[in-house]
Design a protein. Structure first.
Ligand SMILES: C[C@@](CO)(OP(=O)(O)O)[C@H](O)COP(=O)(O)OP(=O)(O)OC[C@H]1O[C@@H](n2ccc(N)nc2=O)[C@H](O)[C@@H]1O
Ligand SMILES: Nc1ncnc2c1ncn2[C@@H]1O[C@H](COP(=O)(O)OP(=O)(O)O)[C@@H](O)[C@H]1O
Length: 275
């Protein structure tokens, strides 16, 4: 391994998130179409004893403590590493930043642990870094038909929401799964037609706890999104736009009208080079 080594930690987006049941241990069974975005944290690994330095706009949202998922990942890999994390993604926001960071550290260290899910339910899918259907509690991954270029805008109100609290606020836990076979996605219309038949079952409970999420979705709709939805347990919402220009215009408009929100335009990430 040549050092320093730099690895992107792309944001994870749940285009769909069906909650289909609950295990005896309380964890919920999911059926989710997951993609990865160009917007990303960045992990750098240098030689040295295990340490973590934080930079970037959301560094202050994280204590650089032993619980950081970057350090947990290096410990799981059994490796010493001086890690620098550029934190560009808002923390605890439904786009898997912590899981993405852990996966990026494992990729940078060339480590494929047997049980990456011990770091978090989203770590296995982030380690793959490719669009996937994610089932079980995150451990069952199936590759999905290739996706067209998507023009997305992400909106987060920068108010925190606890993942366990959102799961607890669900009124129904045995919702229908996605169809057994996913369709082909030749273009954006095909993606949107399919997504229109799907849901994020955590969206309504998240809005009941944090009503501003409904305002994020309305802002995306009012700015021309062809589809808007929440990702993960929130609070980040995404809109799919017809082309790059309309996505950029929507980003500028929503950002100008809501200066306290995090608003970015992003396409899909390419799959990680190192694997
Ligand atoms: C909901 C999802 C969907 O992709 O995304 P995020 O909102 O985190 O981005 C993930 O499954 C989250 O995965 P992750 O963030 O790794 O969850 P964990 O830290 O393992 O779990 C946090 C807590 O959420 C609840 N939890 C989580 C996952 C799951 N399938 N069922 C649950 O009930 C449990 O109470 C658990 O203790
Ligand atoms: N490197 C990290 N980046 C983000 N969160 C982290 C990290 N390490 C630990 N955490 C903790 O993990 C939790 C989940 O954060 P994150 O993965 O960003 O959100 P989500 O699971 O909603 O997608 C947060 O409460 C945070 O304190």
């Amino acid at each position: 391994m040549t050092l320093p080594r730099r690895e992107l930690a792309p944001a994870k987006l749940n285009l769909t998130l069906h909650v289909t049941g609950q295990r005896a241990d309380g964890y919920h069974l999911l059926d989710s179409l997951v993609v990865f975005l160009q917007v990303a944290d960045v992990v750098q690994i240098d030689a040295g004893p295990l340490s973590l330095a934080l930079t970037g706009p959301f560094a202050a949202g994280l204590a650089g403590d032993a619980d950081n998922l970057c350090l947990k990942a290096a410990r799981l890999a059994g490796r010493e590493a001086a890690i620098t994390l550029e934190k560009n993604l808002p923390v605890a926001s439904g786009i898997g930043g912590g899981s993405a960071d852990a996966a990026a550290v494992l990729r940078a260290l060339g480590c494929r642990p047997e049980h990456p899910e011990t770091l978090g339910a989203d770590v296995p899918v982030c380690l793959e870094g490719r669009p996937a259907r994610m089932q079980g509690v995150g451990e069952m991954l199936t590759p999905v038909p290739s996706l067209p270029t998507l023009h997305l805008v992400l909106v987060n109100p920068l108010q925190s929401l606890s993942t366990p609290a959102v799961f607890s606020a669900m009124t129904r836990r045995d919702n229908p799964a996605m169809p057994d076979a996913l369709p082909e996605f030749p273009d954006t219309d095909a993606v949107i037609s399919f997504l229109d038949t799907c849901r994020n079952d955590l969206q309504a409970p998240a809005i009941s706890l944090l009503p501003v999420i409904a305002d994020c979705l309305s802002a995306l709709d009012a700015s021309g999104a062809r589809l808007s939805r929440m990702s993960g347990s929130g609070a980040t919402c995404f809109g799919i736009f017809a082309d790059r220009d309309s996505a950029e215009r929507a980003k500028s408009r929503i950002g100008a009208e809501n200066p306290d929100w995090w608003v970015v335009a992003s396409g899909l990430a390419s799959a990680p080079a190192t694997h």
